[in-house]
Design a protein around this ligand. Structure first.
Ligand code: COA
Ligand code: AMP
Length: 636
């Protein structure tokens, strides 16, 4: 069977037209393609050029027509509101068709953008699918981001309509969304004609006359509208993700390739069949929520779970297992950080063992590197395959991992098994030469990549080329480093850019630095990733104050921390910063962030040959040791 897998993988690379042309039969098209894979005049790959389809049709209407009208499409389980709501395919289709009518009534049409700023409520999924239904492009912004982040996305996407909820609900507090929206819309260049606000009973928002409209009132009198065919190459959505600067990258997902990738990966990677229940415990603000809450499960006629809660604290560390039991979840997906949080509170699995988990066949983990003790712990308790798999917002679906629908390779904790069909993964050194097995290098994907992968950035085609294609000719740079072992298993070890991964969320240290530097007392700063037992990493700020600044250092640090939280949002988890006399730099003035990261995490380091003054590193070591931050004093 592993030979069959190897043969399938070989064929996917040797004959992409044949392989993906067959996979595309799982999708309904209103017009078939002229070619499976072609290139535009810029040399950008186009999958299924000439074809027309509609994502909402494939996710909803066709299942209603094909006998799934009464099957559950969506189970909303919200421990934070004490609600469980179940929607069949017929009910969800009805809601979506009506809300599509609302959007169309406000003038939203094919190619227009709508921005969605909502927590994990069914209406968020309705809004996404309604946009897809009329060929509009949605851009979902995670509810944990503050006004500045929301505004930068509005400025870039230029949406006609903003769809929001009145509040989000965190375990310890209600998060009002309206002030964030108002603040964002007051900033330069960030405006929308229409806001549709879902009023939640926990906190209703005051609506702005003329601009804001109540969701329930709008949908009550709405006419249902049908699915608008769009080109396979038309964007389905824009999803902003962190790059190395403060300006987020607008990842553009092509409609047709995405449909094919979702249908194929649900079946052959996650091994999910129609009618089964699939649960991705993520947020619709991230790519996992797009691919495997809102779209993937519905496209294959499965039942998706939408969980508005946390792994711990809503109410306890048994929450995930309760959801699996109550909804008979067959396949589950979460981030390692969630398992670490559960493990800390329920180390012996006492709560886990009190639930009936017999429905659960596999647990998939992604979003950050999974430390072996975490996957070993959960494997020993669940006794099912634990599949660590690796991918990115840009790719939209997995690159490497155990494809359970094809062949189950033995698990190796710490590795993401083997590249999936469609993906030609290589490890290169700095000169672009392949390295030997076991040697670490840049992980790259040979072009062309399979369908569904973003091939442009919104408003920034050149930035795409510079960010991903310019480093190694003919390859896509993942910005991850790792190696293949002797068994051909891939190990993804670390990012190679200034991006850190906080609780499975990708954050730009450069963006945090920009905010800190905008605080009046700050002369300069550096932000690096500090290892964290639960979140994997958290940002640590090293701050140099202007020479004339007066005041208590701890008060200044607290004010800077509050400034970051207010500007970027709580999810950045920026809670630790120290004031240092100066930053270690090279003779040409570049901050030595890599060396600082090693120092704060107690990793032995080699003194960089280009360092201007080694004493700057000793000073940092002393400040961190005195403030008991990070690992014990790092040795060089
Ligand atoms: N809206 C508003 N605020 C939010 C938010 C949202 N949607 N999501 C998180 N926040 C806030 C939290 O309340 C918290 O605020 P605080 O500083 O006042 O406590 C802060 O942002 C950090 O949130 P979080 O990362 O959730 O940390 P936590 O300490 O509350 O919980 C975990 C830790 C491990 C339980 C949590 O990070 C988690 O569930 N992680 C799973 C991540 C995941 O699924 N990632 C998707 C990738 S697949
Ligand atoms: P995002 O685009 O937010 O999904 O983040 C993608 C990044 O998260 C990747 O480039 C990796 O750095 C990291 N990542 C995701 N999944 C894994 C994994 N299974 N193992 C190691 N790193 C991962």
């Amino acid at each position: 069977m592993s030979d069959e897998f190897a043969e399938l993988h070989r064929r996917s690379l040797a004959d992409p037209d044949g392989f993906w042309g067959e996979a595309a039969e799982a999708v309904d098209w209103t017009r078939r393609w002229d070619s499976v894979l072609s290139y535009d005049t810029e040399g950008t790959p186009q999958w299924f050029a000439g074809a027309e389809t509609n994502t909402c049709w494939n996710a909803l209407d066709r299942h209603v027509e094909n006998g799934r009208a009464d099957q559950l499409a969506l189970i909303y389980d919200s421990p934070v509101t004490g609600t469980v709501r179940r929607l069949t395919y017929a009910e969800l289709t009805d809601q979506v068709a009506r809300f599509a009518g609302v959007l169309a009534g406000f003038g939203l049409a094919r190619g227009d953008r709508a921005l969605i700023y909502m927590p994990l409520v069914p209406e968020a999924i309705v809004a996404m699918l309604a946009c897809a239904r009329i060929g509009a492009i949605h851009s979902v912004v995670f509810g944990g981001f503050a006004a500045r982040e929301l505004a930068s996305r509005i400025r870039d996407a230029q949406p006609k309509i903003l769809v929001a909820a009145s509040c989000g609900i965190e375990p310890t507090r209600i998060v009002p969304y309206k002030p964030v929206i108002d603040a964002a819309l007051e900033s330069d260049g960030a405006s929308v004609e229409t806001c549709i606000v879902l009023q939640r009973a926990e906190l209703e928002a005051e609506l702005t006359k003329g601009r804001d409209h109540d969701w329930h009132e709008c949908i009550a009198g709405a006419e249902k509208v049908g699915c608008v065919p769009v080109a396979a190459t038309d964007p389905l959505y824009i999803l902003y993700t962190s790059g190395t600067t403060g300006q987020p990258k607008g990842i553009v997902r092509p409609s047709g390739g995405h449909l094919v990738a979702m249908a194929w990966s649900m079946r052959y990677f996650y091994n999910v069949r129609p009618g089964e229940t699939f649960w991705a415990a993520s947020d619709i603000g991230w790519v996992v929520g797009h691919s495997y809450i809102a779209y993937g499960p519905l496209i294959v006629g499965a039942t998706a779970v939408l969980y508005e809660g946390k792994p711990v604290g809503t109410p306890d560390a048994g929450a995930f297992w309760r959801v699996v039991q109550d909804h008979k979840v067959a396949t589950m997906f979460t981030a390692p950080t969630a398992i670490r949080a559960i493990k800390r509170e329920d180390p012996d699995g006492t709560m886990l063992k009190s639930y009936n988990l017999s429905s659960l066949r596999a647990l998939f983990l992604a979003g950050e590197r999974c430390d072996p003790p975490t996957s070993e712990w959960v494997e020993s308790l669940l006794e099912i395959p634990i599949v660590d798999h690796w991918w990115q917002t840009e790719t939209g679906w997995p690159i490497s991992g155990n494809a359970l629908g094809l062949h189950q390779f033995p698990t190796k904790h710490g590795a993401v098994a083997k590249p999936i069909p469609g993906w030609d993964v290589r490890i290169l050194d700095a000169e672009g030469k392949p390295v030997k097995d076991g040697e670490i290098g840049a992980i790259v994907c040979k072009l062309p990549m399979p369908p569904g992968v973003a091939t442009i950035l919104w408003n920034a085609p050149q930035r795409y080329k510079e960010a991903y294609l310019s480093q190694f000719d003919g390859y896509y740079s993942t910005e991850d480093a790792g190696y293949f072992d002797d068994d051909g298993y891939l190990h993804v070890m670390t990012r190679t850019d200034d991006v850190i991964n906080v609780a499975g969320h990708r954050l730009s240290t450069g963006a945090i630095e920009e905010i800190i530097a905008s605080y009046p007392d700050v002369a300069e700063c550096a932000v690096v990733g500090l290892d964290d037992e639960i979140k994997g990493q958290v940002p640590l700020g090293l701050i140099v104050l202007k020479s004339d600044v007066e005041g208590e250092p701890h008060e200044i640090v607290a004010a800077i921390i509050a400034h970051v939280r207010e500007s970027m949002g709580a999810v950045v988890a920026f809670k630790t910063a120290v004031i240092v006399p100066r930053l270690p730099k090279t003779r040409s003035g570049k901050i030595l962030r890599g060396t600082v990261t090693k120092i704060v995490n107690g990793v032995p380091y080699v003194l960089p040959a280009t360092i201007e003054d080694p004493a700057a590193l000793d000073e940092i070591n002393k400040v961190l040791t005195d403030s008991k931050i990070g690992a014990l004093e790092a040795k060089r």
